[in-house]
Design a protein around this ligand. Structure first.
Ligand code: RUG
Length: 739
């Protein structure tokens, strides 16, 4: 979520009054706002997408709730020591969190472990789950005020607390020590966020977190529904549940369990309800990125849920046989249960089978889902598959983080209405050649660059020139996102400067290269990429031959607040994943809105950005998505340019030190191991960089491209995404606050 204060006072329309009131108390608004720490309750794009969507839901008056976990420690703080990443705990709750309201009366028991027994019921049998452990989920409400409306929605976060019911027994039997230990164990469920955004290790605590979240949220939803309904007939009419990736997909089994075991609906009726209320958004591209839960683990932690999933699978496979016949390979691929060395539950298959809609997050992502990842399912249920291209909120990403640009846009459009109706930004197109606008636009951009330069100096001691091009890549560190390609490109640039005649150096376009992002603590290669970036920076920044022509800065502890500072100050931003690997990407949209030019591959949502602003307004390069599989097959036979071999050699030979440490990084790039095609794309990457240099020198052209970027960004607002979800997936309408 990042910070709340600045966003809230803007959405409530009280920023100026609030600043005046603070002044009377002797405080500066800007200084105070900086004191707030970030709520970092997610890993990267997936979680920030939800945060943007909450802002849109509130602003557009939709009746919605967001649910999550109130982790005691959010995403780790990244500390860079000697160029290496170290992870420190994020003690964000230590000084209290003024934004949350603890709802002591909104608590629910959540059960784990135990056994399932048959019990006589109404002349038949029914299943009864006798749990072995119980914890309490306590609600903490975080208000999300909409912009220009009185509507405020709630982000309800659950914290785990020990349940007195169970522990009293231990106290009474004299087992005091174990009772205290058990109490502490309960709290660990919501204590820490898993810092890896992609690999699923089948850890018990992770599964416990998922079920804890799902169980508490569903009890809350069902309790609210039952407050005004005496049966479940209208449940699908009143409730829509959006599964954000597979992480909450246990909710499907949980709804079945509650309806059948606790509310005593027959299985068929419960199943009919489930199929109407769930829809699923998947955010991944690779089949190996899909979550699988080992059956043994599920059986021990949630024995009744495993039975329910088996029963769902049985009915579904029987139906499937009727449709596709006895094609055992396909039946086995489509089964919810995966047989193999470790028998597991495929959470994505569960989500697809039980949801009425399966959404991708960009058009090309949706194509990949239909033709590769979920091909079997698409052929069976083409009507289920759809996509809603991601979006970001212009309130946080322009109005809050770039107030000068915001004021300028309003002045030139003659209205502030674009803050809620972002398509109006297209009005800037007509003014894209206006010299007065150019002058003001450049002034705003310069002020933002000065703000960023001050931050860089305060944080790293490096002085950077604001007349240089600020070239930024900030996102989680991943091989597929290719920060390494960026660093190798910087090494090449450095090498060229070193080897050119002194007189030619005047022709070099000065650059400040900024890289930031966290690596998952167990992701060795990603951590080496961070170290390489810092080692290269050390060399370049201290080389008197280079001076202001090239600087490299690694910004530590990248988070939402850092992004709010960096994005408005960027001239160029890089979104350079190997084509076919980024499901959508949302950073590109934030930069675009702020008038930053993109240097990018044709991947994820960038493909749609190209359609909005045209190829001529950005710097594109690299293999296309359909070419990638064939290029991979070529392996060692793939031709790579000499310059690539030469920069890799510099790293291998220890030009930047740490020769042994970087060896495995270099091995990943040579000898047919270059899975992410850095070598293949290197030449066209350098050409795109050269085109960016050329455009930057022509400030009039650059400014026009910058204005056209902002003007073409309307489609990438989360307001549009949410409207599509509301109309096409949830069937809901705005519900204006009556007061
Ligand atoms: O990697 C994807 C991004 O491409 C996407 O923009 C974002 C929001 O849809 O989700 C990211 N993501 C995917 N983060 N974690 C996952 C794995 O499920």
């Amino acid at each position: 979520m990042g910070r709340s204060l600045s966003n809230s006072v803007i959405n409530l329309g009280i920023r100026d009054q609030y600043a005046d009131a603070l002044k009377e108390l002797g405080f500066e608004y800007e200084v105070l706002a900086e004191q707030e720490g970030d709520a970092a309750l997610g890993n990267g794009g997936l979680a920030r997408l939800s945060a943007c969507q909450m802002d849109s839901l509130a602003t557009m008056d939709y009746p919605a709730w967001g649910y999550g976990l109130r982790y005691q420690y959010g995403l780790f703080r990244q500390v860079i020591l000697d160029g290496y990443q170290h992870e420190h705990p994020d003690y964000w709750l230590n000084f209290g969190n003024p934004w949350e309201i603890e709802r002591v009366h909104v608590t629910y028991p959540v059960k784990f472990y135990g056994t399932v027994e048959d019990e006589n019921f109404n002349g038949g049998k029914r299943k009864v789950w006798l749990p072995g452990e119980m914890v309490e989920a306590v609600a903490y409400d975080n208000p999300i005020p909409g912009h220009g409306t009185r509507n405020t929605i709630t982000l309800r976060l659950w914290a785990a607390k020990p349940s007195d019911q169970i522990d009293m027994e231990s106290y009474n039997t004299g087992d005091y020590i174990n009772a205290v230990v058990n109490r502490q164990r309960a709290e660990t469920i919501s204590s820490v966020l898993y810092p890896d955004d992609r690999s699923y290790q089948g850890k018990e605590l992770r599964l416990k977190q998922q079920y804890f979240f799902v169980s508490a949220s569903l009890q809350d939803i069902i309790r609210r529904f039952k407050d005004s309904h005496s049966n479940f007939d209208d449940f699908p009419e009143k409730v829509a549940l959006q599964l954000n990736d597979t992480h909450p997909s246990l909710a499907i089994a949980e709804v079945m369990r509650v309806l059948v075991d606790e509310e005593h609906l027959d299985w068929k009726r419960a199943w009919g309800i489930v199929c109407k209320i769930f829809s699923f958004t998947t955010h991944t591209v690779l089949p190996e990125g899909l979550e699988k839960v080992p059956v043994d683990l599920l059986e021990s932690l949630l024995p009744r849920h495993l039975q329910i999933i088996y029963d769902i699978n049985f009915d579904y496979i029987e139906e499937l046989k009727k449709k596709i016949g006895l094609d055992y390979d396909r039946l086995s691929r489509m089964s919810i249960v995966e047989d193999g060395a470790v028998k597991s539950i495929r959470m994505a298959n569960l989500a697809i089978v039980c949801s009425h809609t399966v959404n991708g997050v960009s058009r090309v992502h949706s194509e990949l889902l239909k033709t590769r990842v979920f091909k079997d399912f698409y052929e069976l249920w083409p009507h289920k598959f759809d996509y809603k291209t991601n979006g970001v909120t212009q309130r946080r990403w322009i109005v809050v983080s770039n107030p000068s640009l915001s004021a300028l846009i309003s002045k030139w459009l003659g209205t502030e209405a674009w803050i809620r109706d972002v398509d109006l930004l297209a009005g800037l197109q007509e003014q894209a050649a206006n010299v007065d606008l150019h002058e003001e636009w450049r002034m705003v951009r310069k002020l933002n660059k000065m703000r960023l330069a001050e931050y860089i100096e305060a944080m790293s001691g490096i002085k950077v020139s604001v007349s240089a091009m600020f070239d930024v890549q900030i996102k989680r560190i991943h091989e597929y996102k290719r920060q390494l390609l960026n660093i190798l490109g910087i090494i090449h640039r450095y090498d060229c400067i070193k080897n050119m005649e002194k007189s030619d150096r005047t022709k070099v376009v000065p650059r400040v290269c900024i890289i930031g992002g966290k690596a998952a603590p167990g992701y060795e290669i990603a951590k080496k990429i961070i170290k390489l970036c810092n080692a290269v920076a050390e060399k370049i920044n201290n080389d008197p031959d280079v001076g202001d022509l090239l600087k490299l800065v690694f910004i530590p502890d990248y988070n939402v607040s850092v992004a709010e500072l960096v994005i408005p100050g960027a001239d160029l931003s890089q979104h350079i994943s190997t084509a076919g690997h980024e499901a959508s990407g949302t950073g590109n949209m934030k930069f675009l809105m702020n008038g930053c030019l993109l240097l990018a591959t044709e991947d994820g949502s960038t493909v749609e950005i190209i359609e909005e602003i045209g190829e001529d307004n950005m710097f594109l390069f690299g293999a296309k998505m359909h070419e990638v599989p064939a290029l991979r097959v070529k392996g060692p036979a793939l031709k790579v340019p000499l310059q690539f071999a030469s920069v890799v050699r510099m790293v291998r030979d220890g030009y930047f030190g740490f020769q042994d440490y970087f060896e495995s990084l270099c091995d990943k790039l040579e000898g047919g191991n270059d899975f992410y095609l850095l070598g293949y794309d290197f030449q066209s990457y350098l050409e795109a960089q050269a085109a960016a240099d050329k455009a930057f020198v022509d400030q009039e052209k650059w400014t026009r491209m910058s204005i056209l970027s902002t003007a073409g960004s309307g489609r990438f607002s989360s307001d549009r995404t949410i409207e599509e979800y509301a109309e096409k997936t949830w069937g809901i309408e705005p519900c204006k606050c009556p007061f």
